[in-house]
Design a binder for this molecule. Structure first.
Ligand code: UDX
Length: 469
């Protein structure tokens, strides 16, 4: 690699939801802003194979390397109650020595280290090796605002008003977070997730910059507040750069059974149903969703995972008789009855290719931020079904602020009924579909403008590039 170019080392935590946007950021730095880049990926066994898969299936620019760090084993450091956020933080901590070794072994030390939210402890390495340090938030500016403000909010107010009395959580200059949308680390200050989350919120503003996978016209109010030093007080040290939407592009010339099936369906007639890289439903909820899809009479593609065995009802579906190849966790005869209208894809589907297909007319999603951006850049209306993490906040933003989604009224752990699912799918695919689709198409253009040369996100990355020269 040449030495005259700035070189960014990027660090992605385990999981496709983090790796995909970090890789896209690296690609953009290389292809548009004159960088060399190395993406370090913290691995567990699962993410190792996924990353290799992605490397094989997507064109990677010449000046970008992907380095899989040795898999980390945290089995002795966690117990069954350790939440996912704390687990990711522990994995990243365990990976620090390998990261330090890998960077130190490079012929030329990279100019900057860019970590995702779980990697802020690696700032110690960038300080030691005299590199600039950035954090890349793979979610919204609103989530960023919550994260950096939480450590400074009055703990007693948070506890009494938000956690105990279910009052909205006020974030300076931004929309408040409703109790229903709040997420686990905020709720219990004795939990390890809370401690790790607060630590990240304290470390992030010490960076040379905070990059976020959103764009100016999508979140003008929040980004305005994040740029307003009076509102931010002590957390104002790091400038915030909106650099999105960074989403995985469609692989040119891709083909698969799913895409072949889509080719035969009418335009905008198919609803795509997926709960991201890790979302699962209970057995009872899986049944209700199956019936809801069938009753809606819409064409569908459903990425199905076996249900989590978290309720007694699961036992019924384990023993039920199945007359065709329908898996035993779906209603008897589901595949036969729906063979002309629907496609059930086990575990994983080529999502970006599906969402960009003209036959797809709507997306029933858990509102993970990557899925949300992929939907927006394809101008698709959404049915919002948030499950965990910051997905409740994302769903609120999509429905009440941006207006590209209809949200299911029931929220987990309440089981959403087949009738509610049927009605909501019909609303998006038939009744309200056109209005929301028009809004989604406007956002699609605004996203394209932000990313194009001279657009707000392009310019933000140029500022970062200038600092690295
Ligand atoms: C979680 C959070 O919810 C999200 O907001 C956060 O930013 C990252 O962690 P996750 O469950 O990984 O998200 O979902 P999402 O952010 O939507 O990312 C999933 C990615 O995997 C998307 O890029 C999607 O295209 C891809 N995917 C998922 C597939 O390609 N096929 C699938 O079948 C499922």
């Amino acid at each position: 690699m040449q030495t005259t170019k700035p070189h960014a080392a990027l660090l992605a935590s385990p999981g496709m939801g983090h790796f995909i946007p970090v890789l896209e950021l690296g690609k953009r730095l290389v292809s548009e802003h004159g960088f060399n880049a190395t993406v370090f990926v913290v691995t567990t066994d699962t993410s190792l194979s996924q990353s290799q898969l992605l490397k094989k299936s997507h064109p990677i620019p010449k000046l970008l390397d992907i380095v899989l760090l040795p898999p980390v084993d945290i089995s002795t450091l966690i117990n069954p109650t350790t939440g996912i956020l704390a687990q990711l933080a522990i994995m990243m901590r365990q990976a620090l020595p390998s990261l330090r070794q890998a960077i130190s072994a490079m012929k030329f030390c990279p100019t900057a280290l860019i970590v995702d939210i779980f990697g802020t402890e690696a700032f110690a390495i960038s300080e030691e090796l005299n590199m600039l340090k950035y954090v890349f938030i793979t979610s919204t500016a609103w989530f960023l605002a919550l994260t950096i403000h939480l450590p400074t909010l009055d703990a007693k107010v948070v506890e009494e008003e938000h956690v105990r009395n279910h009052e909205p959580l006020m974030i300076p200059g931004c929309s408040s977070v409703r109790f229903e949308d709040t997420f686990e680390p905020v709720l219990d200050r004795n939990n390890q997730m809370y401690i790790e989350y607060i630590r990240m919120g304290v470390q992030m503003p010490t960076a040379d910059g905070i990059l976020v996978n959103t764009w100016q016209d999508l979140e003008p109010k929040t980004l305005g507040a994040l740029g307003d030093k009076r509102k931010l007080g002590w957390v104002a040290q790091a400038p915030v750069y909106a650099v999105g939407p960074l989403v995985r592009p469609v692989k040119p010339g891709s083909s698969s059974d799913v895409l072949g099936w889509l080719d035969m369906q009418p335009q905008q007639s198919v609803v795509y149903v997926s709960f991201g890289s890790g979302g699962t439903l209970s057995a009872k909820q899986t049944t209700e969703l199956a019936w809801g899809l069938e009753l809606s009479e819409q064409r569908f593609i459903w990425v199905v995972r076996p249900p989590v065995e978290d309720d007694a009802a699961a036992a019924i579906f384990k023993t039920g008789h199945r007359s065709d190849n329908t898996p035993d966790f779906l209603p008897d005869g589901f595949l036969t009855r729906n063979q002309k209208k629907g496609l059930v894809v086990p575990m994983w589907a080529p999502q970006t290719e599906i969402l960009s297909h003209p036959s797809v007319g709507g997306f029933l999603s858990h509102c993970g931020w990557n899925s949300t951006l992929e939907s927006i850049v394809n101008g698709l209306p959404m049915i919002a079904w948030p499950l965990y993490a910051e997905q409740g906040m994302n769903a609120t933003m999509l429905t009440e602020d941006i207006g590209v989604a209809v949200r299911l009224k029931s929220t987990p752990p309440v089981v959403v009924s087949r009738e509610e699912i049927e009605t909501t799918i019909r609303q998006v695919m038939e009744d309200k579909g056109d209005a929301i689709r028009a809004r989604a198409k406007t956002l699609k253009s605004s996203a394209e403008k932000a990313l194009s040369k001279g657009g707000s996100s392009y310019n933000s990355l140029s500022y970062v590039a200038n600092d690295c020269e």
